[in-house]
Design a protein around this ligand. Sequence first.
Ligand code: G16
Length: 542
Amino acid sequence: MNRTVSVTPFPDQKPGTSGLRKKVPVFQTPGYTEAFIQSIFDSLDGFEGESLVIGGDGRFYNREVIQTAIRMAAANGFGRVLVGQGGILSTPAASHLIRKKEAFGGLILSASHNPGGPTEDFGIKYNIANGGPAPEKITEAIHARSQVIDQYKIADFGEVDLDQIGVSEAGGMTIEVVDPVADYAELMETLFDFDAIRALLKDGFNIAFDAMHAVTGPYASEILVQRLGADRASVFNATPLEDFGGHHPDPNLVHAKALYDLMMGPGAPDFGAASDGDGDRNLIIGKGIFVTPSDSLALLAANAHLAPGYKDGLKGIARSMPTSGAADRVAAKLGVEMHETPTGWKFFGNLLDAGRCTICGEESAGTGSDHVREKDGLWAVLLWLNILAVRRQSVAEIVQEHWAEYGRTYYSRHDYEAIETDTAHALMQALEEKLDRLPGLETGSLTIEKADSFTYHDPIDQSVSHNQGLRIFFEGGSRLVFRLSGTGTSGATLRIYMERYEPDPAHLGEETQDALRPLIDAAEALADIRKRTGREAPSVIT
Ligand code: G16
């Protein structure tokens, strides 16, 4: 039996960079989760009798929301739901499942790299039939609907057994609990030379993969250990935990410090990697060398043809605006299109669907390709391993050869987390107001060439996205970008992105923060960060 339940709108249900992310107690507010899911369904047309994929990263509250979402899908008229066993689906695996099963769309329950637990973060995101995050016109419709919603529909049936693979019927709908790993692992086998990687590992090439007690544990165990023969001990923190063991499942140099220390220490493995809460991000560290996500994108694009799935070359490359220009130089050399989009994987979807790019990447540790419509952590790890298996060089040698050929883009991001929202907006507004007056200004040793607020014109659907970050370009090619994160759940996070291009082979080995010192000083001089935020230093430097 279906019920219609009255609800009053919640004013804060505006999806951010990647879905709605809030603290668990907010989602536990009576009617809150239901109102948002109903707002999603109310914003879609034509799903009667269609399939919906549902899965999450296994964090606290995942199972409860999955039960609710299944009952609401039935009451709203979906014909079938496909759910990952145990409620688990990594974000790229969910994207693949939507595409493979030709589902109408999917609900992905994750707050990505944010911490999990009873007082930590949760999130809900809707993905469309191409497997990618809903574009802005849908997320805006969801938000608009959430502001006027007055009821939701839910079917009355008991708990679905999420742990048993199989098919059942309830509320007039088919419920299929599927193996979350099998389809994804099979897809990876079609893209990469598993024999070559297996041979590399057999020859004593040591890897370390930190699953951060998050969703990639089962995927990495199946692919790296079972199918590729890596040592069982090389995949650690492989059991997904509801609170990620109390850590932030964020594969950066702060939260994956243990891996970083291992890779920089004596006797380090040859290759280290980590992924995040929902398995879409990646961190790559060679023996004694951290590869920035921007460099990793450039390197993967330059070498992708070494993997079977990309042997015919790339149609184009896309990167988010704050990501460094390292990949642009690869695109120029390959003679393929280069696209610059706003932050948010959803902006790559149209380009991928239209065949305008093959590989995409972001400074926020995301890389992926047209195999799915999400970024994909393990995909990046496997492409790296495939390249290493063919080139038989160390990560450091490959990176250094790349810099020698293309020049090096020194790059860093400074985050000021959980600052007061008003303070963050005031800082951005003050900077924006003076953008017009910046060209020609000297700050330290640097001279400003131009400055603007980034606007994106989507070349496929002609949509326009304004206010996507403040950019300050300096003579000589350096750049500063200021923007506020769209994924945080407490206060605001100010992100400052710095990059400097260095073509001179004699200056490729500097320490990154030293190489960027003039830009770090310029950011302070232009935005008064210390005075305005009261912070002496960034919370996270990546
Ligand atoms: C999401 C988006 C990414 C974005 C990242 C950081 O990733 O999908 O496109 O780069 O957030 O966004 P922001 O700078 O606004 O915090 P994820 O891994 O959190 O889903």
